[in-house]
Write a protein that binds this ligand. Sequence first.
Ligand SMILES: [Zn+2]
Length: 433
Amino acid sequence: MLEREIETLPWMEQLARDDASYRKQLGYLFARSAFYREKLAAAGCSSAEDVGGLDKIANLPLTDKREVKATCTPDEPIGTHLCAAPDEIVRIYSTSGTSGTPSYVPVTAEDLDNWVTGSARSYAASGIAPGQRIVSTYNAGPFVAGAALAAFERIGLSHIPVGTGNTERLMKAVQLLQPDAVVVTPSYAAHLVEWAAEHGLDLRASSVERVLVAGEPGGGEPAFREKLEDGWGAKVTEAMGIGDIGVSLWGECEEQSGMHLGARGFAHVELIDSETGAALELEDGVRGELVLTHLQHRAAPLLRFRTRDHVELWTSPCACGRTAPRVRCIGRTDDMLIVRGVNVFPTAIREVVSGFAPDVSGYILVKPEAVGVKQQPPLPVSVELARGATPDAALARAIGERLRDVLVVQTRVELVPWGSLRRSEYKSTLVEH
Ligand SMILES: [Zn+2]
């Protein structure tokens, strides 16, 4: 454990500390954030005292990304939630932003240091130890994920960055430098298993004992994880960050029972019903949309930020001794489809389909017919067969029945030949409108 004293602190004590940080942060927002002064005034609060402590946080309005974005102008390109003076800001990241102008994510030196601390705890939870070698495939680039690279030095690892999109360089590093771990997206980890097989390389015989996956959901889904662990002959654990809040906030331990909050003390966690916005009780097995609040952030802090990630959460003790709650990402709101009133995540479809290995490759593509989220059944799903397998009506039928039983969704399964769905060196596209 990177910081045993902090990571094993009883959760109630953590919450007491967080409450003190939160009250201070509120004072800072009222003093410096035009965005929150206005937003909280509209909710009837004109000072930190009016708002109160963490026990009353659910009374405050939620913050949606679009709302922040709407305050950006040529004069205020970052948005009116910017609190820090220009000379306090040491770095400005941007998000990929699907439409035109990216969103900017500034950080102060202290913010950045806190990000690296949380990220280091999250990655260290995987069991990787100081002195070991890790190959990373993230680019420093414009994105927040680049800040996670500093976590590897913080842990005391020997870091071998190879960047995105260069499989030959990556495999050469694995063969020649004998790393103990690689950090990749789950899609890329799956692609590398196939690539190695095609090039006559035995990944199972490589030095890699841990595959750390992040960047998209999937690494924690049992059938998908089993496929990766089998292909690599290595233990797979996940990590997850939220661009606007911080890098690798969550990291899974060797118990593989969800990602612990590595950023404890820096971010406060809530879950809400994504339709009504109502706060949910944090108890074992609860599912909802993750809402996060910065507790000690300086540059552009957010309060009750809707992450659009749907997660399952657990609070029960973990055998590793870490006391922070754990989550598994079920999917992004942006990817969710509603089929006759039922919420369906493409990653959940992939997980059910992966249960049909070795008959299927594990690659799927959902092809909704209607524009937008709401779909009429049956939902068309292409399922890729395993190498050399021939289409079999009974298999398609069995997959359709399992999807209906597990996800309560009626689908039209089309089996497609091996290799016909696109592989990704970064994040997978599971839905194609
Ligand atoms: Zn644990």
